[in-house]
Write a protein that binds this ligand. Structure first.
Ligand SMILES: N=c1c2ncn([C@@H]3O[C@H](COP(=O)(O)OP(=O)(O)OP(=O)(O)O)[C@@H](O)[C@H]3O)c2ncn1[C@@H]1O[C@H](COP(=O)(O)O)[C@@H](O)[C@H]1O
Length: 110
């Protein structure tokens, strides 16, 4: 099948992306623990916005991602993907799922 990733090279991890995700998750976990004022992430962990806002955002952003894909809008695809990843990490933290569990789940599928 052309276009299908195969072989060891396709399994390599982009360390810079992994670092960014780990750092972002650490920031999210810090916001959850310390709830600094003026932080958008804090507002998601409190009644100011809360869990429903996270779920709504994920729903909206997923729809926007699908539309961007249909339009072949490369820039918008990247933008919406970043929004989804951020809100997904917030949701995982909110539900006490560690990013290492996601990492392990993905690794198991190799
Ligand atoms: N990656 C993000 C990130 N992505 C999206 N957002 C916020 O998510 C919100 C919703 O995004 P939308 O595009 O839907 O914006 P909107 O339509 O204006 O949304 P609302 O006004 O309805 O909330 C916006 O306020 C964005 O700023 C983010 N907020 C924070 N981060 C990261 O989290 C870190 C900590 O942020 P604070 O917690 O705000 O300090 C930041 O340094 C970033 O790395």
């Amino acid at each position: 099948m052309s276009g299908e990733p195969t072989g060891p090279a396709s399994q390599s991890t982009d360390e810079s992306t992994a670092d960014v995700l780990d750092e972002l998750f650490a920031v999210v976990e810090d916001r959850k623990a310390n709830l600094p004022e003026g932080s958008y992430t804090t507002s998601l962990f409190t009644h100011e916005k809360g869990e429903n806002a996270v779920l709504e955002k994920l729903g909206e952003e997923t729809t926007e991602l699908v539309l961007a894909a249909k339009d072949d809008d490369h820039e918008e695809l990247v933008h919406e993907s970043a929004d989804i990843v951020y809100h997904l990490l917030v949701l995982l933290s909110m539900k006490d799922v560690d990013i290492d569990e996601l990492r392990a789940e993905l690794a198991e599928r190799r």
